[in-house]
Design a protein around this ligand. Structure first.
Ligand SMILES: Cc1ncc(COP(=O)(O)O)c(C=O)c1O
Length: 392
């Protein structure tokens, strides 16, 4: 059940999602009567400590792994930073293989490690839809391992802007063959794709609750038992000395509940959001014919991330005016990645795909709370805004 009755239409669910009422209910006692500090040894503290550990167990069991491999953080950005910086240092890794399509939480961190002279960065080739060239990945790994060095491979699971999805199992198997460590930014797929960590050959992955109807400012990382590293944040013994700082107890309890709901309902929700996406594609095709395109794999109902539809509109001088006009009509969507909204620079992902800048792109992203009626209304508004421009 939704907890907001805003009259706006929210199609920016890759940026953040609405808190589920059941998640809020689970969090409330830890914002009110159970206010203790989990590090306190008295009863008030022990109650909340046990809630944190119960949440860790829930997350671990949903991912079929051990609670000792789950660490809570403030979200996806911190988890990515922690993995990249600590894995490089603790495992003496001199090479990172990544792609130009990663989120800035990964790209900027890697840039910094390179600038500091800690690693050499290799970019794997991608195709026009942002799919990683796994043969090229293998070539890069072969070269690095033939120099008796070990690489860290950091490739995201689901792209937040263009909905292209990586085959985690295949990629992990290639990494395993060359003894490389494998990190995947799974922020956009956590809670939407079932992940069995007994099956997946992966060292590190991450989750952020606000992407699956939990609260903002709470996330986690999975660190495989043989891939541990030095503490990231010092100054406290929390998270088994790995990340000092008093825990966000309500956020943690809510994250576990949100993930539980997402896993239980992912099939039904994915089916629902795919039907919304399919409707939008069909309606846009009726209006624009072959002149509308879909970035990456977002227009592919089989391979793309269900929630993301990145639409490339016909050539015009509209620029950001389309997004601006949709906003005025009460429709929230995003141009490129919402994580960097406010910055003057265009999307690094669409730039890497060599998109034509004269064709405006808008990312619509759906959730379980959206309806077919909302999609129909949004397409009607797009037509009203865009058709007069095209007719000129
Ligand atoms: C792929 C990806 N990684 C990382 C992040 C950052 O997560 P957080 O907002 O929890 O810091 C985002 C947020 O949009 C994302 O889409």
């Amino acid at each position: 059940m939704s907890i907001s009755s805003s009259s706006r239409i929210y199609l920016d669910n890759a940026a953040t999602t609405q808190l589920d009422k059941a998640v809020l209910d689970e969090m409330m006692p830890y914002l009110t009567e159970h206010f203790g500090n989990p590090s306190s040894t008295h009863g008030t503290g022990r109650i909340v400590k046990s809630a944190v550990e119960k949440a860790r167990k829930t997350v671990a069991s949903l991912l079929n792994t051990s609670p000792a491999e789950i660490f809570f953080t403030s979200g996806g950005t911190e988890a990515d930073n922690m993995i990249l910086r600590c894995a490089v240092r603790s495992h003496n890794l001199k090479h990172i293989i990544t792609s130009p399509l990663e989120h800035h939480a990964v790209l900027h961190t890697i840039e910094e490690l390179e600038k500091a002279g800690e690693v050499k960065v290799h970019f794997v080739n991608i195709d026009k839809n942002g799919n990683v060239d796994l043969n090229h990945l293998e070539e890069l790994l072969n070269t690095i391992s033939s120099q008796n060095e070990r690489a860290l491979v950091s490739l995201m699971h689901g792209n937040n802007e263009i909905g292209t999805v990586l085959d985690l199992k295949k990629t992990g198997e290639i990494c395993e063959k060359y003894n490389a460590m494998f990190h995947s930014d799974t922020v956009q797929t956590m809670g939407y794709y079932k992940m069995d960590l007994q099956e997946l050959p992966i060292h590190y992955l991450v989750g952020s609750a606000h992407k699956f109807h939990g609260a903002k400012g709470i996330g986690f990382l999975y660190v495989r038992h043989d891939a541990g590293f030095c503490p990231f944040q010092t100054g406290g013994a929390q998270e088994r000395n790995m990340r000092g700082g008093t825990e966000n107890v309500a956020g943690i309890v809510g994250l576990a509940k949100a993930l539980e709901i997402s896993f239980a309902e992912s099939e039904a929700h994915n089916k629902h959001i795919l039907s919304l996406k399919s409707r939008m594609i069909e309606k846009l095709r009726t209006i624009f014919g072959e002149e509308v395109d879909f970035n990456g794999e977002s227009g592919n109902l089989e391979t793309g991330l269900p929630k993301v539809l990145s639409v490339q509109f016909p050539k015009s001088d509209m620029g950001d005016m389309l997004l601006f006009n949709l906003d005025i009509q009460g429709i929230s969507a995003s141009g490129g990645s919402a994580c960097s909204s406010g910055s003057e620079i265009g999307s690094h992902v669409l730039t890497a795909l060599k998109n034509d800048p004269s064709r405006p792109s808008v990312r619509f992203s759906f959730s379980k709370y959206n309806t077919i009626e909302e999609v129909d209304y949004v397409v009607e508004k797009i037509s009203e805004i865009y058709m007069p421009v095209l007719a000129k």
